[in-house]
Structure formats: C-alpha cells, structure tokens
Design a protein around this ligand. Structure first.
Ligand SMILES: [Zn+2]
Length: 429
C-alpha cells in the first residue's frame, strides 16, 4: 500500500472530528439542523486551519442521502453513501473545487457561472468551492456578483481566503462569513498525540509540543512536520531528534544564557554564544527561540499555572520567572525582537547575537558594576530587586513590584523607600 501523508490520512471527515474550530462548526450544524441555509459562505483564516476540510464536510452534509438512500440534508453525513464517499475521494461531479490563484480571469469565471446554471447531475446541491478567492480579478468579481446574490436554488458557493481584506465589500456583503481561528499549539499537539497513538508510533510529548509550536497555528503544517519527524527519527520521535531536525536549540542553553546575563557573567555569555555558532544553530533562530523563552517567562510570572505543556525546561523557566522582574523580562524580550529585526544589518550574525547579549547586560539594573566587576552573589534571595539593592549600595531602588511578597519587600525596603518613586536606573544610558 502506498504511503499517504498524515495531513491527508487524518483529514477530518465530519464535524465531530474537526479540531479547534468549535464556533464555526456549531454555527454550521445549527444552520443545517434548522434548515436555514445561506447560499454563499466565506471561510477566512490562515493556511492549514481547515477551510477546505470544512467545505468538503459541508458539501457532504448538503448531499448525503444516508445509508438507506432516503436521508435529507443533515449535520451528520453518513460517510457511507455514494455522495459522501465520492466527495471524500474527490470524484463527486457536483462538488467543484477551484483555485482562484490559477483560474482568476473573467473568462474563466463566466464559464464557471454558465455551468452553474445547469441543475446538478446526480445530487441535491451543486457546491462550488473557490479557494484563495481574493486572487480573482476585479472583472471576475464583478461577473460573479449577480449569481452570488441570487444563485439557482440548487447552487451553493463556498469561498475561502487567507486574505479577506482583498475581497471586495460587494462580495463580502453577499456571503455569510466565518473566521477560522489559528490552531493553538496545545490543540495541534493534542491532535498529534492522537494520531501517533492511532499510528502506533512512540513519541515523547515534549517532542510533539515542540513540533506543534513550530507549526505556527496551522494543523496541516503541524502534520507535515510530524511526517518529517517520523522519517527523520526512524521510528521513535524524541525531543532530541526533533530539536536537531528543526535546528532548534536546547532550551537549557538559553536558560543558561539568561542566567548569565542576569548575573552579569559577560565572559561566559559570550563564550556560550560562540559555542552556539559552533554547534551549527543559526543565530537568527537562537534569537527567536530566546524571545520565545522570554515570552514564556513573562506568562509564568503573571499566570503561574498557564503553561501546562510537558516541557522539560519548565522547572528552569519557573526559577528564571521568580528571579527576574516583569520589567526586565519585557525589556529583554524587546531587545531580542530588535536584534532579530537588526540581524540583516548587523556586520554578521554573530555580531548581531552578541550585541543583543551586550545590550541586555548594558541595560541591566543596579546589579551590574561597570568595569566588569561582578557583584558578589548572595546565596539567599532569589529576587533581583533585593539582590540589586543589597549589592549596589547607593543606587536608586527599583520600584517595588506589587507581586513581591510582603516579607521580601519589607526586607528590601531601603531608608528612602518612603520617597516618591523614581525612574528605575535602567534605560538611561
Ligand atoms: Zn452520506
């Protein structure tokens, strides 16, 4: 048997198995059950979130005749009748998928509309699915307006686009619009887990989490990456191999780097940066992963139980979250984003990356003594607010943050704590 890629093999065949688009599914099911069907739908959303899949399911709902051949329009297509099977297999003559990117001219649209006038050959509804509809020319759009407003009763239009901004309002106003959401990494990795169980291939949850994050909101991209990972890992999908496949850094290295910056260990940080290059990871990717780490730290600081993933680095991220102030995390995140944007203009990637490290060090609050003298590390306090004030003597205090536990805040409060708050020391260089 020939191998079928996962994205196709696991394409949902009914509303129940759709992942992550509950709001759209509920509205469509309701419309089908109440028999309140619009004649034109517009599905919007980025690639790989389920526009085509949803369109095929809807076509089946409209044309399913049930196993006994007597069924009507339903929100639960049987999957067994000729119409259901033909649509699933892509050979149903009255379900027509058109890619507007390659059929965009007015002539092609006119031909299509002329054919739409004929009744379906062997079905209840003729369903036209026009993908990437924003690619149509203005003339083609104009040609379809009339039909789109009042199509023959046996014709349904399903338009799909990744870029609804480019669809004329005259078209938008004739369609019922549904915005498909980007898939959350949790939804993608949950589905991957299900697929892997069904396929009987062992996979580490952390490896799937990493793949899901790399899919950036697209289930199709996620399953393609999973295909790639299965091939790359030759059987057992592990975090280590997936990391190597994606060229993603070990998050431990980034946690180490963050710690070095926090403690002003500039020399070690630069040495680590050099090592990253030697390990063959691109600095651009490293900057991105580091920003992603800062993002996770910031989330953990505000909502401690927000990250439910099985990341092995979670414990370390928690430690970092408790030893940085939210302001520092924000600033470091901003520095990394800027470094990413500047990467193309930097003398080289290594310079771009290390400059980001040096910038973080330069903007470090009180704890960093110029001239490379690193303040003595105290074993006790975990929060830098306290550490910084202890070590820096006369430096102005950080504004105490509202989530500092009272006992730490009291311990750290210097004599001038009653004065009106000043600007924090960072950012003035
Ligand atoms: Zn059926």
């Amino acid at each position: 048997m020939s191998y079928q890629v996962l994205a196709r093999k696991w394409r949902p065949h009914d509303f129940e198995s759709m992942v992550g688009q509950e709001h759209v599914v509920a509205a469509l099911k309701h419309a089908l059950d109440e028999n309140r069907l619009h004649h034109a739908y517009l599905f919007t959303g980025t690639r790989g979130v389920g526009k085509t899949t949803l369109s095929r399911i809807l076509a089946k709902c409209l044309n399913c005749v049930g196993e006994d051949g007597k069924g009507g329009v339903t929100s639960h297509p049987c999957g067994k009748c000729e119409a259901c099977r033909a649509i699933d297999e892509g050979r149903f003559v009255d379900y027509i998928e058109i890619d507007a990117a390659s059929n965009r001219s007015v002539e092609e649209m006119t031909q299509l509309l002329e054919r739409a006038m004929y009744a379906p050959s062997n079905a209840r509804y003729k369903v036209y699915m026009i993908d990437e509809v924003h690619m149509l020319t203005t003339h083609a759009f104009n040609a379809m307006l009339k039909t789109l407003e009042e199509p023959p009763e046996y014709v349904k239009f399903i338009l799909a686009t990744t870029d609804p901004q480019k669809v004329p309002v005259t078209v938008l106003s004739r369609c019922l619009q549904f915005n498909l959401k980007n898939m959350s990494p949790a939804a993608v990795s949950g589905h991957m887990q299900h697929v892997m169980q069904q396929e009987g291939i062992p996979a580490e949850p952390a490896a799937l989490d990493l793949l899901a994050r790399a899919a950036r909101g697209s289930m199709r991209d996620g399953l393609s990456l999973l295909d790639q990972a299965i091939a790359f890992c030759a059987g057992d999908v592990t975090l280590e191999k997936v990391r190597a496949m994606l060229g993603v850094m070990d998050s431990d290295v980034l946690c180490d780097l963050t710690e070095m910056v926090l403690e002003g260990r500039a020399k070690e940080a630069l040495e680590t940066a050099r090592q990253i290059g030697l390990d063959g990871v691109s600095y651009g990717q490293a900057v991105r992963d580091w920003a992603s780490l800062m993002h996770r730290i910031a989330i953990l600081q505000r909502v401690p139980d927000a990250l439910t993933d099985s990341d092995s680095a979670l414990a370390r991220i928690r430690t970092l979250a408790s030893s940085m102030t939210p302001e520092e995390v924000q600033l470091d995140y901003q520095i990394l984003l800027q470094a990413r944007a500047d990467m193309a203009q930097a003398p080289d990637e290594y310079a771009g990356f290390t400059m980001a490290i040096l910038r973080m060090l330069a903007f470090k609050p009180a704890g960093f003594a110029p001239g490379g003298k690193v303040p003595e590390k105290k074993p006790e306090p975990a929060r830098r607010t306290t550490k910084a004030n202890d070590a820096a003597g006369a430096m102005p205090p950080e504004i105490p943050h509202d989530d500092v536990p009272p006992e730490i805040a009291a311990e750290a409060a210097p004599p001038w704590a009653d004065l009106p708050p000043q600007e924090p020391g960072r950012g003035e260089h």
